[in-house]
Design a protein. Structure first.
Lengths: 115, 118
């Protein structure tokens, strides 16, 4: 069964510093990979996704993620954190063989941005 | 962009009553919708997959008689929490997979519905 692990339930960075949120998946066949952001009491907004092709994926709000098959990872980065980036971030996977598009979410990482 | 609307966004009910939450795709058709529940400071747990015109597929451990799902049209799925109890208090989020226009194949999330059972 698909599973996804996010290391670090909380990450704290200073404004302007690099943001790195970690995500690892466990499946023999690389799944589709997603990063979502959630603000308090709101639904989820897609930041970026990897399905095929270029392994470095650029998303909205300056975020990007790199798919590394050898490391079964899909870490999310942003060169310079902004106060508005403070939110909960979820990595998610979807089985390529499952046409239903069902997503399995990681436990989430709360990003705190210090002024 | 494509929008998924959930209603109500907040609901408070008494223990033992039933509550219905609607998930509507506003500008695209969706034959498949998903229902998730999220406890405070936790991740989203998939409850069920809702398919238009057929029975929902529930994840292991989710009581289908407790959480009734109806997907009667290509733009609407409903989740009814029957005989709600305080432990059902949670944030319920739906997502819809587009099957028309530029939304085809894409997944969109609703804003969520917070249920509080007293």
């Amino acid at each position: 069964a698909q599973s996804v692990t996010q290391l670090g339930s909380h990450v704290s960075v200073s404004e302007g510093a690099l943001v790195l949120l970690r995500c690892n998946y466990s499946s023999s066949v690389p799944p589709y990979l997603f990063w979502y952001v959630q603000y308090p009491n709101q639904g989820l907004q897609l930041l970026l996704k990897y399905t095929t092709g270029a392994t470095l994926v650029k998303g909205i709000n300056g975020f990007e993620a790199e798919f590394k098959k050898s490391e079964t990872s899909f870490h999310l980065t942003k060169p310079s954190a902004h106060m508005s980036d403070a939110a909960e971030y979820f990595c998610a996977v979807s089985d390529r063989k499952d046409s239903s598009y069902k997503l399995i979410f990681g436990s989430g990482t709360r990003l705190l941005v210090r002024p | 962009g494509a929008v998924v609307s959930q209603h109500p966004s907040w609901v408070i009910c008494k223990s033992g009553t039933s509550v219905k939450i609607e998930c509507r795709s506003l500008d695209f058709q969706a034959t498949t919708m998903f229902w998730y529940r999220q406890f405070p400071k936790q991740s989203l747990m998939l409850m069920a997959t809702s398919n238009e015109g057929s029975k929902a597929t529930y994840e292991q451990g989710v009581e289908k008689d407790k959480f009734l799902i109806n997907h009667a049209s290509l733009t609407l799925s409903t989740l009814t929490v029957t005989s709600a109890h305080p432990e059902d208090s949670s944030f319920y989020i739906c997502s819809a997979r587009g099957t028309s226009g530029r939304a085809t194949g894409e997944l969109f999330f609703g804003e969520g519905s917070r249920l509080t059972v007293l």
